[in-house]
Design a protein around this ligand. Structure first.
Ligand SMILES: Nc1ncnc2c1ncn2[C@@H]1O[C@H](COP(=O)(O)OP(=O)(O)OP(=O)(O)O)[C@@H](O)[C@H]1O
Ligand SMILES: [Zn+2]
Length: 726
């Protein structure tokens, strides 16, 4: 095969390199192929030409098949993959295949959605089928009204495809690409002064290259309305918009709000709940420029968009933007990189921006815009009050005041929400009398109780001590884990408020696809007095008439082993509180707590995010935690904790000489040590310089890989750059 050319091909395997194959003709970079890989047939992506180098040409295997139903993947897409692979120190092939929709990861042809439109020719129009031929008549009638896709005709006649084929042969129909629709915008709201100022600043940045904006607007301040009016300008200019939102916010109501505003603009949604075919279709529509708007969860950040004009990341602080397995990427951070690559503006919106983004504002990398008022004329921020739970009588975790407030609200015909915080629950020991909590003597983390062993452990530095029999500060013997006893809350509420119509919303009651829709309709129809629920209820939903919010178990997020816990708790409670008093009813929020003096609650009562964020930033700076250092976690797990710890211990020793300007902390058992029969530990690398950390990781990873090859087969490891859960 003298005329063969050599190609580099990336395959979905946990190896750093790409592989050399031969082919009868050169293939452009980005071509999808099937190649032999060991004994199997694998999907590969051509990453460039290759030279056989030291390889024996006789042993280089040929490409088996070339898939050309789609053009080669665009260079800009492969560049983003290369960046993500380098930054997260993840194998290139695996990174590439993570970025592709599942359907394109298989070594086979894919079925593309048929987007052709069909219409009647003059001859077809003159010859309507007889009314007795129901199916043919229905298809003819639909086509007489407007050009249709096959997908639109199938519901009218299952045999639509055969009918069209016959008519095409007879010259009665024709088909082709749909005519480009002109841009149309539905009714807009008149912006208030603040919104106008923000829109002007953002609109001024369009078509001016890269810029990054933090839109910091309180709940209900009309951020979404600003996005919509900004998007209108981008879409009117014929460009595409990428909108990233947290998983939990991707509701039919939200999609409908975008779709209704831009009725002629094709919109696709991308998230992990789609079938492979649906996701492929949306991805390809974005890539081929057919979709004007792509709205999706974190995975949508990889969608190729040839005419990208704007990226919006809503609720930029949300943790669901970070992938917690495989390629551990942060979609917000990749979105900013991508905006830079495409030379377009990116808008990060939040009522409670992440400390990372605030630090980027401080450093001059992002510009901040603010919305400080609720957009809806009559809506006011709710009044937030604390209920001191120390030595207070309670029923199933509810204070008498809370029950009374629920009764009053029901009598006044207002809907209430009882919110149970389950976020970040890790049992920290606390004294019910003086408020002492189990802090680590060696670092600024909290010690977590491990009941089976009756030990307290630090998950940052590894400190370990027995559970004390009484409070070390005041001697009280009644010390217990924070955040218990909310299980039977619904039953208790039913007994205490016999007249109220209760609705529980959590993962269990919203498991099926349209469960949430039905529950939402009941809420909208005002068939509910008291909603009981977890985080699912906190986000983005506009319930209109929510008058009262009672928050239980917030304290468990107050003293957690994760240093980000308080930042998250503030964001969550702020969001929950934001559900109250949105329309014309002023809202009231009651937070039950054992620590009414805690700065977090005090700031929440004053609606003082800025003040609290400053306090947190100072704490992080003093402790040299992110965002005031760059961090990466090397995690290891094994059936037995001591094997994982020993692996990391050896690595620590081996990496120490490379670690100039890097602090290596640990190893320590992970927060949730045992998971699925395996025990986990972690080693933390920290540096004040992101670049230095990156450089260190490039040198460290090959050593980790070598050590893992020598270790027992049951040991697994992973690297998490910029971890969100520590
Ligand atoms: N200029 C305006 N005039 C009147 N009503 C407005 C205006 N802008 C937004 N609204 C209304 O105020 C409510 C909140 O607006 P929107 O959802 O855009 O705010 P948001 O900041 O995105 O809210 P969230 O904090 O829930 O994300 C919506 O009901 C919206 O229709
Ligand atoms: Zn510690």
């Amino acid at each position: 095969m003298a005329n063969d050319v050599y190609l580099q091909v990336a395959v979905d395997v946990p190896l750093r390199e790409t592989f050399t194959y031969c082919c009868e003709r050169p293939l452009p970079t980005g071509t999808r192929v099937a190649v032999p890989f060991g004994p199997r047939r694998a999907c590969g992506i051509v990453t460039g030409p290759s030279a056989p180098g030291g390889l024996d040409p006789a042993r280089i295997r040929p490409v088996l098949e070339i898939f050309d139903e789609l053009p080669p993947l665009p260079v800009s897409f492969l560049e983003m993959v290369a960046f993500a692979a380098a930054y997260y120190h993840h194998p290139y092939g695996q990174t590439l295949f993570t970025a592709l929709p599942t359907a394109l990861r298989q070594p086979g042809n894919v079925r593309l959605p048929d987007r052709r439109h069909w219409w009647l020719t003059p001859a077809g129009r003159e010859t309507p089928p007889p009314a007795a031929h129901r199916a043919r008549r229905a298809v003819w009638q639909a086509l007489a009204d407007e050009a249709c896709t096959l997908a639109a005709l199938r519901p009218l006649a299952p045999q639509a495809s055969a009918i069209l084929k016959a008519w095409l042969a007879e010259g009665r129909v024709a088909s082709g690409e749909p005519a480009a629709l002109s841009f149309r915008e539905g009714p807009v709201l008149a912006l208030n002064g603040e919104q106008q100022t923000v829109l002007q600043a953002l609109a001024g940045a369009l078509a001016q290259g890269f810029s990054a904006w933090l839109l910091h607007g309180i709940t209900g301040s009309g951020k979404t309305e600003v996005y919509l009016q900004l998007m209108a300008r981008v879409l009117a200019a014929g460009q595409q918009v990428l909108v990233l939102i947290p998983e939990i916010n991707l509701t039919p109501q939200l999609i409908e709000r975008f779709a209704a505003r831009f009725p002629d603009t094709p919109l696709v949604t991308l998230h992990s709940g789609l079938s492979d075919g649906e996701r492929l279709a949306g991805w390809v529509d974005g890539w081929q420029g057919r979709a004007g708007i792509v709205i999706g969860t974190r995975l949508a950040v990889f969608t190729p968009l040839p005419r990208l004009g704007l990226i919006v990341v809503d609720e930029e602080h949300d943790t669901s933007f970070k992938q917690q397995e495989g390629l551990r990427y942060h979609a917000r951070d990749l979105a900013v990189w991508r905006a830079h690559q495409a030379a377009v503006p990116v808008v990060l919106g939040s009522a409670t921006p992440s400390l990372e983004s605030l630090a980027n504002v401080e450093a001059g990398r992002y510009r901040r815009l603010r919305l400080t008022q609720r957009a809806h004329g009559a809506a006011r921020l709710p009044e937030v009050q604390l209920i001191d739970m120390r030595r207070k009588k309670r029923t199933e975790g509810l204070a008498e005041e809370s029950v009374e407030a629920l009764r009053t609200a029901q009598r006044a015909g207002q809907m209430s929400l009882v919110f149970i915080n389950r976020r970040g629950y890790a049992p920290v020991l606390a004294c019910t009398d003086c408020g002492w909590t189990s802090g680590c003597p060696h670092c600024s983390s909290k010690l977590v109780i491990h009941l089976p062993e009756r030990r307290l452990r630090c998950h940052h530095c590894g400190w370990d001590a027995p559970v004390p029999g009484s409070c070390p500060d005041c001697g009280n013997v009644d010390i217990r884990p924070l955040g218990e006893g909310t299980q039977r809350l619904e039953a208790a509420l039913t007994a205490m408020l016999p007249e109220a119509r209760l609705l529980r919303i959590d993962r269990d009651t919203t498991r099926r696809k349209d469960d949430w829709d039905q529950l939402y309709q009941r809420i909208q129809a005002e068939e509910v007095d008291v909603l009981v629920g977890t985080q699912m209820l906190a986000k983005g939903h506009d319930f209109g008439s929510l008058g009262l919010v009672v928050v239980l178990n917030a304290d468990s997020g107050l003293y957690s082993a994760d240093f980000r816990a308080t930042e998250r708790l503030f964001a969550l409670l702020n969001q929950v509180a934001g559900r109250a008093g949105r329309a014309d009813t002023p809202g009231r929020v009651l937070i039950q707590t054992q620590w009414p003096d805690h700065p977090l609650y005090q700031a929440l009562c004053r609606h003082d995010f800025d003040g609290y964020a400053r306090t947190l930033a100072e704490e992080r700076q003093a402790a040299r935690f992110p965002p005031y250092c760059s961090q990466a976690l090397l995690r290891a797990d094994a059936p037995d904790l001591k094997d994982a710890m020993a692996f990391l211990d050896r690595l620590r020793e081996a990496l120490e000489p490379l670690a100039e300007g890097i602090e290596i902390v640990g190893p320590a058992p992970a927060l949730m040590t045992r998971l699925a029969g395996r025990e986990r530990a972690q080693l933390s690398f920290e540096s004040c310089s992101r670049q230095r950390l990156q450089h260190f990781l490039s040198e460290a990873v090959p050593q980790v890989e070598a050590a893992a090859r020598r270790a027992s087969r049951s040991l697994r490891w992973s690297l998490d750059v910029d971890p969100q859960e520590t």
